[in-house]
Design a protein around this ligand. Structure first.
Ligand SMILES: [Zn+2]
Length: 414
């Protein structure tokens, strides 16, 4: 009898497992620019609500860890690059919208996908062309000649078809065009990884602040997201595909007027995430997620096997699946450094690696030494340090995920 039950269970497991495996994972992530959490929360959003019902809405943050080495301006391009590289601006080096000198050693999710699965396809649908040409680095030698497969952007440069008006209605029209292209491309070609970028909400925010006009712009966004959600439903009904949609914003706005951003106030740092993900983990439930958590989340969904040296640099934690630890920090007390973290499991080991160099940022390998092998639920490790040392990279490798932090001895000679 026991054997029969076992066989039934085994065959049930195998069937459900194969069904899941046969479905091709597909991702579309959307950045709708500069929408404060309070405004999206109070809007009626009938279409976004459908997606929330299939997953979640949650407040999130941008701007790095405040007052630390990775604090990042709450400006658009740094925000987008936080998402697509899974790192803060001290690593990717995009600190404003001029995007002067991005460090392409910190790969984008597009490049990670292509290197792990060369046959999979990528798409960028964007109201700002720099997202593809400068941040993703389409076709640049610095990104190893990485090519985006489907791209629709640059409409803001076509001032005949989209004359720039003071009220910025033209960015609404471009957003509409971008959505039409994303809708049709998803339905016909179903790229494996798509980025939709919409700008109109930020233009309205800068002009009118937290206003009836910005509420109207959010209504436009809701209708646009309804179209993309429909396109995904169409794909899932007609093809063996499993779609993840993530919608988020790149920064909040100042509390007083809602017109500005760039600083480190709570109102500017507070963002939000909507996704059709039900199987979120304890890290997600117990923390305010960060924009840098989205890359490891997407990497798990495909899945993408990340090269170890790259994984050691990621500043995020996946929002789904098992996690061991998060929130690494380090502080000096007398002649010791104290490393702290949050644990999500008991007893399992955590390996702490240390590097005195940061050669990764110039495309070379760092030499990591094993500093300690301890129990993850201790959430703390202290060690004596040579106070002359100016810089340390610390990587904490848990069973289920890896986190990192850096220490700078600002008092020491450079
Ligand atoms: Zn922005």
């Amino acid at each position: 009898m026991r054997q029969i039950i076992f066989l039934i269970l085994l065959s049930f497991y195998c069937t459900t497992n194969t069904n899941a495996q046969q479905k091709t994972p597909k991702i579309v992530f959307v950045i709708a620019d500069g929408i404060p959490a309070e405004l999206i929360e109070k809007s009626s959003k009938p279409n976004l609500s459908k997606i929330i019902t299939s997953g979640f809405y949650k407040r999130a943050f941008v701007g790095g860890i405040k007052n630390t080495y990775n604090q990042t301006p709450t400006i658009s391009a740094p925000g987008y690059n936080n998402l697509i590289t899974g790192t803060w601006s001290n690593k990717h080096q995009v600190v404003d919208n001029n995007i002067k000198n991005p460090n392409y050693q910190y790969y984008t999710i597009f490049r990670f996908l292509k290197e792990a699965h060369p046959h999979k396809t990528t798409a960028v649908f964007s109201t700002w062309q720099d997202n593809r040409t400068k941040l993703v680095g389409d076709g640049l030698k610095e990104t190893g000649g990485f090519k985006v497969d489907y791209s629709f952007d640059g409409y803001e440069l076509d001032t005949l078809q989209f004359p720039h008006d003071k009220q910025a209605n033209y960015t609404h029209l471009i957003d509409e065009k971008v959505i039409a292209k994303a809708d049709s491309t998803i339905r016909t070609d179903a790229p494996d990884l798509s980025w939709i970028y919409l700008q109109h909400t930020d233009d309205i925010g800068h002009r009118y602040g937290n206003s009836r006009q910005l509420e109207k712009a959010i209504d436009y966004l809701d209708v646009q997201m309804g179209k993309i959600w429909e396109a995904i439903q169409y794909r899932e009904k007609n093809f063996k595909e499993n779609w993840l949609i993530i919608i988020t914003t790149d920064h909040g706005r100042d509390a007083a007027t809602g017109k500005n951003h760039g600083g480190q106030s709570d109102a500017e740092r507070t963002t939000w995430i909507i996704a059709n993900l039900k199987n979120t983990n304890t890290y997600f439930k117990n923390n305010t997620p960060a924009i840098v958590d989205l890359l490891p989340t997407m990497a798990r969904f495909i899945p993408i096997n990340l090269p170890k040296a790259n994984e050691y640099e990621l500043d995020g934690v996946p929002l789904t699946g098992p996690v061991s630890l998060s929130n690494a920090s380090v502080e000096k007390k007398e002649d010791s450094l104290i490393i702290r973290w949050k644990a999500y499991e008991k007893k399992n080991p955590v390996k702490i690696f240390i590097s005195k160099t940061n050669l990764f940022k110039i495309g070379q390998m760092d030499h990591y030494e094993l500093l300690a092998n301890t129990a993850v639920d201790k959430e703390r490790f202290a060690f004596k340090i040579d106070t002359e040392k100016a810089f340390l990279k610390l990587v904490l490798v848990g069973k289920k995920n890896t986190i990192n932090t850096q220490w700078f001895n600002l008092a020491s000679p450079k």
